[in-house]
Design a protein around this ligand. Structure first.
Ligand code: DQA
Length: 145
């Protein structure tokens, strides 16, 4: 099983950005933790990050035929991007939406998630563990190709 982990806008700033909300660990550490967990459960994983909406769309489009699952935290694009939702609907790869924070308990403008319309599971407020739980959920669902 191959899973693509996509982190969106500002997630490269982990460790620096609002540590009270997002924690003190950086993006590199997140990738290390994801890779270690993937290895443990026998899943192949590739981690990508972009601050550009169009590049995230391209990551999703290029996943077609190559990946069996997607884990995505689009960052603020969660709340604005119909384009990312449309890309997910186009490739039809099982997807888990992850947020480090409990987005529903924050500002009203974070309560909308376009990606949620497609994702089969949404994990919020669990910090880095949300990503490892997402891998477990995809592994449990299995390969659908
Ligand atoms: C986030 C929540 C978003 O509202 C915010 O814009 C982010 C990170 C999270 O992981 O909690 O950049 O997706």
């Amino acid at each position: 099983m191959k899973v693509l982990v996509i982190n969106g806008v500002n997630l490269n700033m982990l460790g620096v950005r609002e540590p009270d909300l997002y924690g003190k660990k950086d993006y590199k550490t997140l990738v290390k933790e994801i890779k270690a967990h993937a290895k443990k459960i026998g899943v192949k994983v590739c981690c990508v990050q972009s601050n550009y909406e169009g590049e995230i769309v391209t990551f999703i489009q290029r996943a077609l035929g190559k990946y069996d699952g997607i884990v995505i935290n689009p960052g603020a694009y969660t709340h604005t991007s119909v384009a990312i939702l449309d890309a997910l609907k186009a490739v039809m790869i099982p997807t888990v939406e992850v947020h480090l924070t409990d987005v529903d308990a924050r500002e009203d403008y974070r309560k909308i998630s376009y990606v949620s319309e497609y994702a089969f599971l949404r994990i919020t407020g669990k910090g880095f563990d949300g990503y490892t739980e997402a891998l477990d959920a995809l592994k449990q669902r299995g390969v659908e190709r």
